[in-house]
Design a protein around this ligand. Structure first.
Ligand code: ACK
Length: 304
């Protein structure tokens, strides 16, 4: 299901080769290692800051993921998705050029104790709403209907105003409107965020993204990572822990200190409940992203 080069709907700037690409922007310091190679910070000739993903070691799988990312993301345009500005897919060294996200990834913000103090509830609330809207767009836009398949804190990037944008579409799949799901023999993704039906049987659908979204919501509220994949009522897992505290009326003790110090309690409780609905064991019991967005904004009564 990897498209041919001719079928790619190319983004704004497409460079013919590495030399042409690099004469149009500078590449500065390395930001880190991404899914298929290093990511660098750079600048376009007009001074606009960019992030450049390079695919240096051209394994077949890496090249396929790279093309997959281009063909899907070239069609995407939403304030909660990281914008692809250009690409260079010919030649040995392939590159994707993205808008630069100065506050980097949500991962370091919520799990690094030094930084998490600056992330009060209003900011976290805005981040959750942003991720929800970005995901809703992916699932619903009739031209797209995309399942991300690797939604996690390190794939959420933050701009100057702490708006959240979803990145990394290397594993995304277009599902063409069939909501019942598809299966794969090769399970890819990250354990703490993987729904049980995907981790065990390789079945993915929009509801597997909803599960990952629920994990993210609970991580953002608690400041704790969900590790491993176990049944939600397992004691050791964040999901089980959150469920237990919530049903015992102790949800406040789930909250990360900066959240507790700055929040509207009823709002955090509502968000926690939405998170818990999204991580239910059975995909049919999880809300769609459209319902999740409505529930976050309190427009509908939550099921008990
Ligand atoms: O967590 P980070 O600081 O944010 O480290 C990773 C690293 O590159 C490897 O993925 C960072 N990164 C990826 N895309 C961008 C971008 N568009 N703007 C800024 N940083 C980025 C990511």
């Amino acid at each position: 299901d990897v498209p041919n080069e001719e079928d790619l709907e190319l983004p704004l700037i497409s460079f013919n080769d590495t030399a042409e690409a690099t004469s149009n922007f500078s590449i500065d310091n390395k930001l880190g290692e991404g899914g298929y190679g290093p990511v660098f910070r750079g600048k376009l000739r007009d001074g606009q800051e960019i992030a450049v993903k390079r695919l240096s070691k051209v394994s077949r799988q890496g090249a396929d993921q790279f093309k997959n990312e281009i063909s899907l993301i070239a069609k995407l345009q939403h304030r909660n998705l990281v914008k692809l500005l250009g690409c260079c897919i010919q030649g040995d060294e392939k590159m994707l050029i993205y808008e630069y996200m100065p506050n980097r990834s949500l991962d370091s913000f919520i799990f690094d104790k030094g930084q998490s103090y600056s992330l009060d509830w209003p900011k976290r609330c805005k981040i959750i709403n942003g991720i929800a809207r970005g995901l809703l767009y992916l699932h619903q836009d009739s031209r797209l209907r995309i399942i991300h398949r690797d939604l996690k804190a390190s794939n959420i990037l933050l701009d100057y105003e702490m708006n959240a944008k979803i990145s990394d579409f290397g594993m995304a799949r277009s599902f063409g409107g069939d909501e019942t799901g598809a299966s794969t023999g090769r399970v890819v993704g990250t354990y703490g965020y993987m729904s049980p039906e995907y981790a065990i049987d390789g079945i993915f659908s929009v509801k597997s993204d909803v599960f990952s979204f629920g994990v993210l919501v609970l991580e953002i509220i608690s400041g704790k990572r969900n590790r491993g994949f176990v049944h939600p009522d397992h004691k050791l897992n964040l999901l089980g822990h959150a469920w237990k505290l919530f049903t015992e009326g102790q949800a406040e003790s789930l909250m990360d200190t900066p959240v507790r110090d700055s929040c509207d309690l009823s709002e955090v409780l509502r968000f926690t409940q939405v998170g818990l609905l999204c991580v239910q064991q059975s995909p049919e019991d999880r809300p769609s992203m459209a319902s999740a967005v409505l529930m976050l904004s309190s427009e509908v009564a939550l099921p008990q």
